[in-house]
Design a protein. Structure first.
Length: 454
């Protein structure tokens, strides 16, 4: 197997010991990390190196992990700019019912390219709009992820509670429950890879309490656990959702899920903005994960998730960019800084540290996706998913602490991104697709979607 040697860089391993090196080396042998340590690499690795990378002036971190997204939304950015979540959804549902394979392909490739340039090596996606055209939209976005070169954990989402039955989405875009369960089982059969080092794994993800029946939630959990895949949904994002759950189910959103047996180490939930102290403790007791999406929550005015309380309780808290229609940037490194500043705005300057923010984006994200054994840290035996950040420019020069420079300093494209030891980004530019083509394709499908905009 080929050997890649990175030397002279600062390293934040985010490993079990949280080891850091001011001047160290990372050795990659094939798709795995072979060695990490201080100073130059041992002679036996230097003699075998097929490629040597001068890491001076750079910081090596684990590749970032994105825990929540809606990639199709890259084709509908900039709408409903002053809306709450429910208002935003009501405005956009009628537009989204017109998505097709061409829209999903162009949007997914552009969104995944943005993630890659922001240091992300693994992403999930929560796809829950399936117009009745017979197209396999999950397959389309999986192919897009393979082309861009990222590890991918797509979630087969679903909605079966239309407006006529008391839900929020229009009846035209909800599906039959039996059809959803059949499609979910088929997605697992076709795409899920449980093997170590997998590039594609499937999760099941009924969309939200206000768009899904109790029956679908329960039956999906049973299917997922019978097949050994993870569960995901939105939860406790807004006050409107809390009122909906209290009126329809008689309990708060988290209790609703708990009653359905949905909490556990095989579950991660998007947002969790409106949790009280007891609910945070329950998340920790059950090992249920959270995808924290600070930019999207801010854009929609949803509030600030209680991240410090969740961490204190022992719950894994990863980061997510959320859909590009509520985070028009969609770059994961931005969320490190956003997570830091919103936590401190709410609870003071000790609420979250720069290193904790990096852990959210790496180690915690990997735990949310069930990949903590091989992703989210730079350790011998872990997958060779590495981000190398150039800190030599005037934007970062003079910040002596490289982790603080990354987390607090100006965001920029990653200098080098390796996924399984393969180059995806180099010199800050995507190497797996042409940026001009991605932009042209996205412009074309966005214009087509705009024809249906209010």
């Amino acid at each position: 197997m080929s050997v890649t040697l990175i030397e002279g860089c600062a390293i934040a391993t985010v490993d079990a010991q949280r080891a850091e090196h001011a001047d160290g080396h990372v050795v990659l042998e094939g798709p795995r990390i072979a060695a990490v340590g201080a100073g130059p690499a041992p002679p036996e690795w230097r003699s075998r190196a097929d490629r040597r990378i001068d890491g001076r002036g750079r910081l090596a971190t684990p590749g970032l992990v994105n825990c929540h997204h809606h990639l199709y939304q890259w084709a509908t950015r900039g709408y409903a700019q002053e809306a709450t979540l429910f208002e935003w959804l009501v405005a956009l549902y009628p537009v989204w019912q017109h998505i097709d394979a061409g829209v999903v392909d162009a949007a997914a490739r552009a969104g995944l390219a943005a993630l890659a340039r922001s240091g992300c090596t693994t992403s999930t996606d929560h796809h829950y709009i399936f117009p009745r055209r017979g197209e396999d939209l999950l397959a389309v976005e999986i192919e897009a992820a393979q082309a861009i070169g990222l590890r991918f954990h797509p979630c087969r989402g679903a909605m079966d509670l239309g407006v006529s039955a008391g839900g929020l989405p229009p009846d035209a875009i909800v599906e039959d429950r039996d059809a959803i369960l059949a499609a979910s089982a088929a997605a697992i059969d076709r795409f899920h890879d449980p093997a170590p080092g997998a590039t594609v794994r499937i999760a099941l993800a009924p969309t939200s309490p206000f768009s899904v029946t109790r029956e679908l939630m329960a039956e999906t959990a049973g299917l997922a656990r019978a097949r050994g895949v993870r569960l995901h949904t939105h939860l406790a994002e807004t006050d409107d959702e809390e009122r909906f759950c209290l009126e329809r189910f008689g309990v708060r959103p988290l209790q609703y899920l708990d009653d359905l047996g949905w909490l556990g180490e095989d579950v991660w939930l998007a947002h969790c903005v409106h949790l009280d102290a007891a609910e945070c403790r329950r998340m920790g007791q059950t090992g249920t994960g959270v995808a924290h999406c600070p930019t999207s929550n801010g854009r929609l005015g949803a509030g600030i998730a209680p991240v410090p309380a969740l961490l204190d309780a022992g719950a894994p808290v990863g980061l997510g960019v959320d859909g590009a229609a509520s985070n028009e940037c969609g770059e994961l490194v931005d969320e490190l800084r956003a997570a830091l500043v919103v936590a401190r705005a709410k609870a003071g300057p000790t609420a979250l540290t720069a290193r904790q923010a990096l852990e959210l984006a790496t180690r915690h994200g990997a735990r949310c996706l069930g990949r903590e054994d091989e992703l989210g840290h730079l350790s011998a035996g872990a997958l060779a998913d590495v981000a190398l950040w150039d800190l030599r420019g005037y934007g970062h020069a003079g910040i002596a602490d490289p982790v603080a420079a990354l987390a607090f300093g100006p965001t920029r494209a990653v200098d080098l991104l390796l996924v399984g030891g393969e180059v995806v980004v180099e010199d800050g530019e995507l190497r797996t697709a042409d940026a001009a083509t991605l932009a042209a394709d996205l412009t074309r499908v966005s214009a087509r979607m705009a024809e249906h905009a209010p």
